[in-house]
Design a protein around this ligand. Sequence first.
Ligand SMILES: [Zn+2]
Length: 164
Amino acid sequence: MPDKLTLEQRHKCMASIKSRNTRPEVLVRKFLFAHGYRFRINVKRLPGTPDIVLRKYRTCIFVNGCFWHGHEGCKYFVLPKSNTEFWQKKIERNRERDLDRRIKLRDMGWHVIQIWECQLKPKVREEYLQGLLLTLNRIMLMNYQPHPYPQNEEEILSMVAEEG
Ligand SMILES: [Zn+2]
């Protein structure tokens, strides 16, 4: 029955599209975009290929799955009962990689925000995302460090000399 097969295939296809569009990072992107933020996604030339990069805020955002990235103390991070050691090692490696990319980015002067999948579950999502906006505002204020006003002529001259 070719008709039925086609229908099944189409269902599968639609299901996969749906799951792709509801991925946690897409949620964050849509939210940020709706609030006027502009960003790049999957920036390969930065360590760890950050999911979202807000250049104006000098901020990288990673959206992590709780299982794969080993979200400590999270109910969604439960090691499988079989092959436990294998999974433990694998997730430990992912954690090390996560830490490594955070350190590298911070050394380069980037702020790094990690968002966990569980923070985007429907019941808690709105509150969490509002908090994310506050965090970005704080980062903007931190980044804004005006030059102190020069106190006397000598200082003004030395500043001019430095700039030239
Ligand atoms: Zn979690």
